[in-house]
Design a protein around this ligand. Structure first.
Ligand code: NAP
Ligand code: GDP
Length: 318
């Protein structure tokens, strides 16, 4: 019989947390109790509230997703908030995990924290090699410190605290707010509203030329569980689709229009920022561990996300 686990998921109400909840609900394992937290359960910027949550649930394992998260335009306007909130949340969660004897913590970084001026593809060894892109330095430096803390907790106390580095994520339960959302949920929402209003003007911010790798939240959930159960390094691991699956923002917008069965022409508002041009990341470390992992094809994942939004737009985070 496997040892019993109480797995606490911080940020359990978000895009990634909901995908993990959906997966563990569909494939229950013995001797496991899962707890999915949101910010109403406790503010993780506050050490007292963080400690109360750990005392209440007594986790043996933690998947740490909670973060102040936002798209390019939210980051550009609020670098200080992104820095401070995420520094506090991460310090509180790791310190409390250490003090309460949690056996393993898997925290979540992001490929946007890598140096802006770099060679490609980016790999796990490059996290601290130079300044991040100026648009999101607050979020990036706070996230980079998780890797520093993981190594220090391991070196000084032998803690098994590790991290994953996903590329851009999207899927059901995303943040569809036009101001704070990432590009896929923002365009799904924008185009939905335009179609409902009978309009034909589908505007994409920026030039449409930047390229991104996108991972479907349901695929990321599977990889998170593999990291929790099987991955034993302290060093981070990039969780990204193959480099050949990188797409331009224009292609993303076209794919979303296609999912709405709409063939209108796209407009590009070049007065708006493009952000980082590219951040192509290598998944070769992941491929060494899981050579046969199959990612959901991008068009299928976009279609499922658009269908989810059409069905759930009234309850979605708008
Ligand atoms: P999300 O949908 O915005 O969800 C954020 C979660 O964090 C929510 O559950 C939120 O609770 C919780 N939270 C925020 N501030 C909190 C606080 N002060 N105290 C307690 N809980 C708090 O984010 P996501 O997209 O799922 O991101 C999950 C993780 O993946 C994050 O660490 C993020 O940095 C990383 N990531 C995301 C992407 C992406 O493209 N989305 C890409 C790479 C990495 P409420 O629901 O109550 O607000
Ligand atoms: P990033 O990967 O951290 O830059 O995050 P985003 O998902 O916010 O943005 C990715 C790209 O999409 C950038 O080049 C944006 O200029 C572009 N983009 C186009 N339209 C939108 C939009 O409506 N919202 C957002 N957030 N980005 C958009």
């Amino acid at each position: 019989m496997s040892e019993s686990k109480t797995i606490l998921v911080t940020g359990g109400s978000g895009l990634v947390g909901k995908a993990i909840e959906e997966l563990v609900t569909s494939q229950k394992r013995e001797n496991e109790k899962w707890i999915f937290l949101n910010s109403k359960d406790g503010n993780l910027c506050d050490i007292v509230q963080t400690k109360k949550l750990f005392e209440k649930y007594k986790p043996t394992h933690v998947i740490h997703l909670a973060a102040k998260v936002g798209g390019l335009f939210d980051n550009m306007s609020n670098n200080l908030d992104f820095l401070k909130d995420n520094l506090h949340i991460n310090d509180n969660v790791l310190q409390t995990s250490f003090e309460s004897g949690v056996k393993k913590v898997v925290s979540c970084l992001s490929t946007c924290i890598f140096p802006d001026k770099t060679s490609y593809p980016i790999d796990e060894s490059m996290v601290h090699n130079g300044p991040p892109h100026t648009s999101n330095y607050g979020y990036s430096y706070a996230k980079r410190m998780v890797d520093v803390m993981n190594k220090a907790y391991n070196q000084q106390y032998g803690c098994q605290f590790t991290s994953v580095i996903p590329c851009n994520v999207f899927g059901p339960n995303d943040n569809f707010n036009l101001k704070s959302g990432h590009v896929i949920p923002a365009l799904i929402r924008k185009f939905f509203d335009e179609i409902q209003a009978g309009g034909t003007s589908f505007t994409v911010f920026g030039s449409g030329k930047p390229v991104r790798q996108f991972i479907y939240s349901r695929d990321l959930a599977k990889l998170f569980l593999w990291v929790l159960y099987e991955y034993n390094e302290i060093e981070p691991i990039i969780l990204a689709v193959d480099e050949s699956d990188e797409v331009t923002i224009k292609e993303v917008a076209e794919e979303i229009l296609k999912a709405y069965n709409c063939n209108s022409t796209l407009l590009f508002d070049t007065s708006k920022a493009d952000g980082q041009y590219k951040k192509t990341a290598s998944n070769s470390k992941l491929r060494k561990y899981l050579p046969d992992f199959e990612f959901t094809p991008f068009s299928k994942a976009v279609k499922e996300s658009v269908d989810w939004y059409c069905k759930n737009h009234e309850i979605a985070r708008n």
